[in-house]
Design a protein around this ligand. Structure first.
Ligand SMILES: *[C@@H]1O[C@H](CO)[C@@H](O)[C@H](O)[C@H]1NC(C)=O
Length: 392
């Protein structure tokens, strides 16, 4: 039994740990190629939204010739690059937005973005020419433009963005994830470098670590520990081994979970201005309830004590709450991460395996218990020593 549990745990752990590496492939702007012999002297991988900017600045004519490359939320979405002559954010930016026009072909329109509401095509404060866009088979949009930014300009405030949909020829609002809010910075036309905004979002790496720690702890170890307590203890040979297995599984789970919780608090501190209230509150509740369980271990009345029944009810209720809240929060976290579907699928698979193990063991347990009851009726009439699955 223990071997079965251990091997399934290892299987789950390895499947979960192997996944993140695939999603962390570094992009490099220098491998980007363009049609119509377009070439640019400089390219920058922008720090957010997997975008790149390719440009040539002719300081004598004051013309910035550029290509902006990014992946819209969907094939019918949009990508935008803008200069903000007066501020650093979106408001006031002079934007170029590329998307599939109502005519069916890709095109670029200009927008003077003056508010947060729906945007309207308009003239911008820079002269533009050669506006064009192409949708690649890889889902990326390449947007091309010549923008007269002025002679002898050294730095510009740039803003970029992507969106998932366009309605009646008007780009719809973009997501409000941390990456969407941090996608701005300085563009140095002389040195040819882009710098991110000071409010840069925490790296994906940190978020992945946070996700993995918490998924392994609250998502796998804690439920596994509950499974051990509920089912393994039915077997008399496993008494009191089940107790030590249960306690060590939960202690390891709790330790990893506290580490995961701490990374979460740290992410919250780093993402200034962004709070995922529900995810945060559930996380704090899980931590509090799990800590309560830890204390319950020390306050456990003796097996024969009259309060032991109430302690058991309380211990089970708090424990199951932690497991349910853990699962809910892992799904919320996956949504916040905008993680690829394979992560969600992997976690759903983990839940299915755990529930599957629980159902099989539940059946075995009842068979064992019923058999024992029948046996115990014959042998000892009082049968008070028989283990029950609910272990009161
Ligand atoms: C852009 O909008 C602002 C605010 O409405 C306005 O003051 C400015 O003149 C506009 N710029 C252009 C080029 O239309």
């Amino acid at each position: 039994m223990a071997a079965l549990l251990l091997s399934s745990l290892l299987l789950l752990l390895s499947s979960l740990l192997l996944l993140p590496s695939a999603s962390l492939v570094a992009a490099s702007c220098s491998s980007e190629t363009f049609s119509k012999n377009r070439v640019y002297t400089t390219c920058n991988d922008l720090p957010h939204l997997s975008s790149s900017l390719h440009f040539t600045y002719d300081s004598t004519t004051g013309t910035l010739s550029l290509a902006f490359v990014s992946t819209p939320g969907s094939s019918s979405g949009w990508v935008a690059w803008a200069i903000n002559p007066t501020a650093t954010g979106m408001i006031g930016s002079q934007a170029l937005i590329a998307f599939k026009q109502p005519s069916g072909s890709m095109g670029v329109k200009t927008y003077n973005v003056s508010g947060y509401g729906p945007i309207e095509e308009s003239a911008i404060s820079y002269k533009t020419s050669d506006l064009a866009a192409e949708l690649g088979s890889d889902g990326k949009i390449q947007m091309f433009a010549n923008v007269v930014v002025g002679k002898g300009v050294t730095t510009l405030n740039q803003v970029w963005q992507v969106g998932g949909s366009v309605t009646n020829g008007v780009p719809d609002q973009h997501d409000l994830q941390s990456d969407n809010k941090a996608s701005m910075g300085k563009l140095d036309l002389v040195k040819g470098v882009s710098t991110g905004s000071s409010g840069a979002a925490p790296s994906n790496n940190k978020k992945n670590v946070h996700g993995i720690l918490n998924a392994v702890s609250w998502g796998i170890l804690i439920p596994l520990g509950a499974i051990i307590a509920r089912y393994v203890k039915v077997f008399e040979v496993a008494d009191p081994a089940w107790f030590y297995m249960h306690v060590s599984c939960q202690l390891v789970g709790y330790a990893i979970g506290v580490a995961g919780w701490a990374t979460g608090l740290n992410l919250g501190k780093e993402s200034k201005g962004i709070t995922y209230t529900t995810h945060r509150s559930i996380g704090i509740a899980i931590f509090a309830l799990a800590t309560l369980q830890l204390f319950a271990l020390f306050l456990r009345p003796n097996k024969d004590h009259k309060f032991r029944f109430f302690w058991n009810v309380y211990h089970h209720m708090v424990g199951y709450s932690v497991i349910v809240l853990g699962a809910i929060n892992i799904f919320r976290g996956l949504t916040i991460l905008q993680s690829e579907d394979k992560w969600r699928t992997a976690y759903i698979a983990v839940i299915c395996v755990l529930v599957g193990i629980a159902i099989i063991l539940e059946a075995i347990t009842w068979m064992v218990v019923l058999k024992r009851r029948r046996g115990s009726k014959k042998t000892y009439s009082n049968g008070h020593n028989v283990q029950q699955p609910f272990g009161v």
